[in-house]
Design a binder for this molecule. Structure first.
Ligand code: UPG
Length: 481
């Protein structure tokens, strides 16, 4: 391991959401494990910072420091109106972040590089204002990156209000129907502010020195090749705990925003091998009461044990299970509000995962080699589902009816399909091959390992140059003067 005379301090600014905090912490761990000269400060807004402290997510790690910046909202402020929240974050975030950077300088921790994940385009401007080199940690798939990039620059034909339903054909990707594109790109789709934020971030990509993607080459070879011809990208994933790939038993800072009900692992210990259906929709997706009802009765009538993460969207709402369901599923079903997903996915009792196909869940499942029942909702999830089912062939898609509901019969049909018959065997075989490919990407000399080293070496060279300039300059001059 190369060590430097100076420490290199990386400020990792994460969008305040579970699906962004988790890969950011895992990236921080990879960096600090790769070189003893690297220190990482992970920064998010005050509300999420508080939530992380409350759930014990900030755990101890001598090379990773947890910081917050102000977005002008109180820590217990209502963040559930996405439009208002994004507007506030865009308005107050830049000043809050600039204050934090100055404060770190005063505390003797000048920042050498800023890394941000998507949805916070203003971070690039703040970094530029301070003259600090900037990287983007892309926390979705490279295929999705390619789609957003080409939509931004209209490099292909995309749906418009006049022609909302077209097939989109882009190099290196399968033909995508409108409902397989990241939903923010579909005309009149909800959460336009998120489309603006993500496209706004990609627009600034020319000012960013490195784009580091949480993916791996063997998974997305063609998409990576085709997008690389347009704009540079380096895969450094999958950002999953190494224990998931059986490479290490090192403990991880888990980064959960909610207290995890770890005793579900004891319950899993009592279940037969490869029998349990694990069900979770990540941190943001909410199901309609009708959908909860259909899913519940589908699980109850599947005849199999299940572990269901039934999380209310926020502290003011409840997750209402249908009357009689708990009695019907007694002894066979376990319901929790949050679980240690990585441990669950690797538990020998788990047979398959009913997932919303968020990118972290997707990569964790791939790394665990667990077959998937794809139940996507919006954003990149729909594109991830397309790839999981039709390209990687590691899952089965739960189909919605004309009202947009996945009915109980469909739940049962898919559980049967992923467990029995020829397609099920092929899916299990493919899942094991992808797991192996994920392991290879991360092992020494693997594609993601090499890219991470390139990034770290670039940082070291930059720090050396800066140090050389500082030594040559008189004491009262900074390199920028
Ligand atoms: O009980 C649970 C449930 C989830 N998780 C973890 O929470 C994370 C969830 O991330 P993800 O699967 O990506 O879902 P979301 O939180 O919904 O992520 C949002 O952000 C992602 C990155 O932008 C997008 O890919 C998703 O579509 C978007 O919904 C994963 O690491 C899970 O292991 C737990 O630890 N315990």
């Amino acid at each position: 391991m190369v060590t430097l005379e100076v420490n290199i301090h990386i400020l990792l600014v994460t969008f305040p959401a579970q699906g962004h905090v988790k890969p950011a912490i895992r990236f921080a761990r990879r960096l600090t494990a790769s070189n003893a000269s690297l220190l990482v400060s992970l920064a998010t807004n005050e509300a999420i910072g508080q939530q992380m402290r409350d759930s014990g997510a900030t755990g101890s790690d001598e090379h990773i420091n947890f910081e917050t910046f102000s977005d002008g909202l109180s820590v217990d402020g209502n963040q559930h109106d996405v439009d208002k929240f994004m507007a506030q974050l865009n308005r107050a975030g830049p000043e809050g972040l600039a204050t934090l950077i100055n404060d770190l300088q005063v505390r003797g921790r000048p920042v050498h590089c800023i890394v941000s994940n998507p949805f916070v385009p203003w971070v690039v401007d703040v970094a530029e204002g301070f003259g600090i080199p900037c990287a983007m940690l892309w926390v979705q798939s490279c295929a999705v990156y390619a789609i957003y990039y080409q939509s931004l620059y209209r490099l292909g034909e995309f749906p418009t209000p006049e022609r909302p339903n077209i097939d989109v054909s882009l190099p290196g990707l399968p033909v995508l129907k409108t409902n397989e594109l990241p939903s923010f790109l579909v005309p009149f789709a909800p959460y336009q502010c998120l489309a603006d934020a993500i496209l706004g971030h990609i627009k600034k990509i020319k000012k960013v020195k490195w784009v580091l993607a949480n993916s791996f080459h063997a998974l997305e070879t063609e998409a990576i090749q085709s997008v690389s011809e347009l704009t540079p990208i380096m895969t450094i994933g999958p950002l999953v705990p190494l224990g998931l790939l059986e490479r290490s038993t090192a403990s991880e800072v888990r980064g959960d925003l909610w207290k995890s009900e770890d005793d579900c692992l004891d319950w899993l210990n009592t279940q037969p091998k490869e029998s349990v259906i694990y069900v979770s929709f990540g941190s943001i997706v909410s199901l309609s009461p009708k959908q909860i009802e259909e899913l519940a009765w589908g699980l109850a009538s599947s005849g199999r044990p299940f572990l269901w993460v039934a999380k209310p969207v926020d502290s003011t709402s409840e997750f209402l299970l249908p009357t009689g369901f708990l009695d019907a599923a007694a002894g066979r079903g376990k319901i929790v509000k949050w679980c240690p997903q990585v441990e669950v996915l690797t538990h020998p009792s788990v047979a398959c995962f009913v997932t919303h196909c968020g990118w972290n869940s997707t990569l964790e499942t791939i790394a665990a080699g667990t077959p998937i029942l794809a139940f996507s909702h919006w954003g990149d999830q729909v594109t991830n589902a397309k790839f999981l089912v039709d390209v990687y062939s590691v899952g089965v898609r739960l189909e919605r009816d004309a009202e947009g509901v996945v009915r109980r019969e469909e739940v049962c049909r898919c559980i049967k399909e992923i467990r029995e018959g020829q397609r099920a065997s092929k899916i299990r075989e493919n899942a094991m091959k992808l797991k192996e490919a994920a392991r290879e990407a991360l092992e020494e000399g693997g594609s993601s390992d090499k890219n991470l080293r390139v990034f770290v070496e670039d940082l070291i060279s930059l720090a050396r140059e800066e140090e050389a300039i500082r030594v040559r300059l008189p004491n009262d001059q900074s390199p920028d003067d």
